[in-house]
Design a protein around this ligand. Structure first.
Ligand code: ZN
Length: 245
């Protein structure tokens, strides 16, 4: 079975469409949260993800827009964008976001999906090897997917030797999963990458071959930037898309 794993779409419809068409031959699609916030097309992104993804998590922005998290917990630019987003979402889309879980385990595939981290599914940003090691030592699950930082990476931990391997620039790479090791994987962000590569990021997992491929795809970034500016959203949200930061 081929599974598309995507995260942090943030209302960027052009990036989402580019990812969905680049991964049109998959059997399943999973979304690790933050469907909305920052970007100009929240309603269309919710509808598209709802139609395409069989598993969808709530990220902190999804919880913020529905009022399940306090907007005071966000930085001022994010909070402003969330207020705008809330005003643009239909009651149906808001109800859908409100009902999303913050983590899902698929035991038959040995996989856990969370937005932030297994110990704090909503808020923890996993950046450092120290955090990765702690998480992989504690978890009994062979494979964990996270989003939230908008930085693609993969990490492999061998519980026997205690060895940890981390790859922070996995674009274009294929990771082959090995039995006995535990993996932590971030596919990167579709709609607002922050790892210096402005292209939309995603991952493809082939459960038969045990391979995970880290992909990037270009999209019409200028169109999204124009929409952000026209919507009256904070201009830095348009600008950062150019740099992938
Ligand atoms: Zn996010």
């Amino acid at each position: 079975m081929k599974i598309l794993i995507l995260s942090d779409v943030h209302g960027n419809l052009e990036a989402l469409e580019a990812v969905l068409s680049a991964a049109s031959d998959v059997d399943r699609s999973w979304c690790l949260g933050d469907l909305v916030g920052y970007g100009p097309d929240p309603e269309a992104c919710v509808a598209r993800i709802r139609g395409r993804c069989s598993l969808v998590l709530a990220g902190n922005h999804d919880l913020g827009v529905t009022g399940r998290l306090n907007l005071g917990d966000f930085n001022p630019v994010a909070a402003e964008a969330l207020l705008w987003t809330r005003s643009r979402l239909s009651p149906e889309a808001l109800a859908y976001l409100k009902g999303l879980p913050s983590q899902v385990e698929v035991p038959e595939l040995g996989v856990l999906l969370v937005h932030g981290s297994p110990r704090d599914p909503v808020w923890e940003y996993i950046f450092s090897p120290g955090q990765i090691l702690e998480v992989l030592r504690e978890t009994p699950v062979p494979l964990t997917f996270v989003g939230h930082t908008h930085n693609a990476f993969w990490a492999a931990y061998d519980p026997e030797s205690g060895e940890l391997e981390v790859e922070g620039r996995p674009a274009g790479q294929t990771l082959r999963l090995e039995g006995g090791r535990r993996y932590l994987i971030n596919p990167g962000s579709v709609g607002q990458p922050r790892d210096g590569d402005p292209r939309a990021a995603f991952a493809l997992w082939d459960t038969e071959t045990g391979e995970i491929r880290f992909e990037r795809v270009e999209y019409d970034l200028r169109a999204v930037q124009m929409k952000i500016l026209r919507a009256g959203l904070p201009p830095q949200l348009a600008e950062r898309l150019s740099y992938g930061f």
